[in-house]
Design a protein around this ligand. Structure first.
Ligand code: ADP
Length: 264
């Protein structure tokens, strides 16, 4: 609390009392801390690839006669680090557009089945690479949803690719879609490494990762879940994650069924 006080004078200018103001600054303080932590995270995330690029470039410049294979290996490291920075900047720009409501949504009636099948097709290669099985279970007569197709596809892709990334080879990914009251609930389930209980509460925060090393190795930016959450919220929906360490993870994407599409 911030406390301010001032004497209270009556018409004869005598002190008649004191005014005390208690200002709750916890919320302000929390926001300030989050902002500072975010800036520290962005700087750190970008500094790591820059340091690598710099040191590999210097080594290449200093070495006269370098073995061709080694030369190519160094260039490939530099190239990968550039890709990583590009991914981080792309995700940050997207979050910033979402923050400032600059994203232009084109919401249309869309079939849940079509949405899920198209997303699965895009991840077919990653699934096969890890020899993971995919089970798609869509309730019959499930109503259409009103979505921005590209945005909602990105949500599904982010959640599904996490399921693939954080599940070992030969694992099982299941996607369920059903109507629950006035919502369509899409659940992405895996039997992967899971998330420890103490991390679940912070998992939607920007850059929050259970294992930074592992996430980086797998090409993650630590922003996928926060982007997914923001897109779902822009559809008046919600996203919920349940997980058990070493058992698996389930993510519910809850979207309201709206019958009228308002074209703006
Ligand atoms: P990342 O780019 O690191 O995957 P995300 O925002 O998509 O970033 O996810 C944040 C973190 O949540 C991941 O680093 C990982 O630790 C954890 N996570 C997300 N999905 C899963 C999952 N299906 N199984 C286990 N851990 C997960």
């Amino acid at each position: 609390y911030r406390i301010k006080y001032a004497p209270f004078r009556d018409e004869r200018n005598d002190i008649g009392g004191i005014i005390i103001v208690f200002q709750d600054i916890t919320e302000q303080h929390k926001l300030d801390n989050m902002r500072k932590e975010f800036v520290a995270n962005v700087s750190h995330e970008l500094k790591t690839p820059i340091t690598t690029i710099k040191s590999y470039t210097e080594t290449l410049m200093d070495s006269g006669d370098i073995d061709k294979a080694l030369y190519e290996k160094f260039l490939s490291v530099i190239n990968n680090e550039c890709d990583r920075m590009a991914r981080i900047v792309r995700d940050l720009l997207q979050l910033s557009n979402l923050d400032y409501n600059k994203t232009k949504w084109k919401k249309v009636n869309y079939s849940v089945e079509k949405l899920l099948k198209e997303a699965c097709l895009k991840l077919d290669f990653s699934l096969k690479e890890k020899n993971q099985s995919l089970c798609l279970d869509i309730e019959e007569d499930i109503p259409d949803i009103v979505i921005d197709k590209d945005g909602m596809e990105q949500v599904i892709l982010n959640i599904m690719s996490n399921a693939i990334k954080y599940t070992p080879d030969n694992g099982e990914i299941t996607i369920l879609a059903k109507q629950v009251n006035d919502n369509v609930v899409i659940t992405v389930k895996d039997n992967g490494i899971g998330i420890p209980e103490e991390d679940i509460g912070r998992i939607f925060e920007r850059f929050y990762r259970v294992d930074k090393g592992r996430s980086r190795e797998l090409g993650g930016t630590g922003l996928g879940l926060s982007i997914a959450k923001q897109i779902v919220e822009a559809h008046d929906g919600d996203i919920i994650l349940r997980s058990e360490y070493n058992v698996g993870t389930e993510v519910d994407i809850i979207l309201p069924i709206k019958t009228a599409v308002i074209h703006s």
